[in-house]
Ligand binder design. Structure first.
Ligand SMILES: [Fe+2]
Length: 164
């Protein structure tokens, strides 16, 4: 049996070990990613990969804080990809699904070479969550809308939540 998104979340909550900041963030990113994906009409396989990637995308954050003293994006991508592969080893996904999730975790701070709706929506959902948590200035939100956002649903949610 392949893990459902809820089962992946349950495992990731346990992995987060009571860090409420990390837990709040991953729940927020998952919810926005799930919502944008459904509003955009993704096929079930792409939607599943997107949700799995959203839940585990910051899996390397605790390790990066410990090892490097920060959560620098590039390091997180490098450390996170193999951690995601290991974490999801027992999830029963197809090889293609697993490798795509790993790929997305390894690129979630990279705004170039976006090669699919799952990747695009993960960037949008993570930005929206981070903007909520950190109170990004309006210019930063406008620039992201201008340069990165590609989905209509992502733009609607960002404008609605952040009131830009
Ligand atoms: Fe994130």
């Amino acid at each position: 049996m392949t893990w459902t998104a809820a089962q992946i979340l349950e495992e990731m909550l346990a992995f987060s070990d009571g860090d409420l900041h990390d837990i709040d963030h991953l729940i927020r990113v998952w919810t926005y990613a799930k919502t944008i994906g459904e509003l955009e009409g993704l096929d079930p396989d792409t939607q599943y990969v997107l949700e799995a990637a959203a839940i585990v995308h910051d899996i390397a954050c605790p390790l990066c804080r410990e090892k490097y003293g920060n959560t620098d994006g590039r390091r997180q991508e490098e450390e996170g990809a193999p951690m995601a592969r290991e974490f999801l080893r027992g999830a029963g996904m197809s090889d293609a699904q697993l490798e795509r999730v790993v790929y997305l975790v390894g690129r979630h701070h990279t705004f170039t070479g976006v090669d699919g709706a799952d990747y695009q929506i993960l960037l949008e959902a993570d930005f929206l969550a981070n903007a909520c948590e950190n109170g990004y200035p309006r210019e930063r939100v406008e620039a992201f809308l201008d340069r990165v956002v590609r989905t209509a649903a992502g733009e609607r949610l960002i404008r609605s939540v952040l009131r830009v």
